[in-house]
Design a protein around this ligand. Sequence first.
Ligand SMILES: [Zn+2]
Length: 96
Amino acid sequence: MPIYEYTAADSTQSCAHCATRFEIFARISDPELSACPECGAPIKRLISVASVIAGQAHLQKEAHFSKRGFTQYKKAGGGVYEKTAGDGPQFISGEE
Ligand SMILES: [Zn+2]
């Protein structure tokens, strides 16, 4: 379950809970909160640091494969592989 960080959108309308950053556990499908659960003041969601780092690591890994001259495929199901990095056809079939 991802953690979302929120903080008061307006520091003049905030309680001790939302004056500084606070974290909310939420499902991806849950709507974004717009009010503090304690005082109802407007709040804004901050970008999760953890997810930003994970996203960049993913990109670096794929760039690394391409730079070394490798072509990387991931299994797309049904005996078909989809290219994620490097040169070559976008899709290949693992079946003869
Ligand atoms: Zn509050």
